[in-house]
Design a protein around this ligand. Sequence first.
Ligand SMILES: [Zn+2]
Length: 160
Amino acid sequence: MADPDLDLLQTALKRRWSRGPSQKAKPYVHAFSAAERRGTKITAKVVGNHGTYTVSIQGDTQGVTSACSCYIGKHGHCHHCEALAITFLDDPSAFKIIKLKQAKEVHDLTDVRAYLDSVTWNHTRLRTDRCVVLLRNWLQGYEVFPWELSRFLPTYRVWY
Ligand SMILES: [Zn+2]
């Protein structure tokens, strides 16, 4: 079955990580757990030198946005992100597909977290830089604050 999200993500990943795994990334390829895909975003966990890291990559038509919780991975320029991309390109079926939640389906805080999982960086309402930066910080932990996201998110005006 055609899956435009999958196509878009694979194209973006190939463009960003066009060469085979670097020496540093190699040990992490296929070493991920909790591998999931939501639309054009993949997330997974991997055990590194200083604990378990959460790694995520979002693809869009402009390229990729990646992040990792390791100490050099904040902006996604680490070998865990590279390894995640290569792992996914090698076997996308190993990533569990999580259905995206629509804003209109959000009724409580659990839904808010599920919804945040599905928010893409190029979401039209999140275009301004400030919103994107705040959302990104937000997504690090999903603690769900800024007034519980304006009481379950009718709009995103809370982020400034
Ligand atoms: Zn990392």
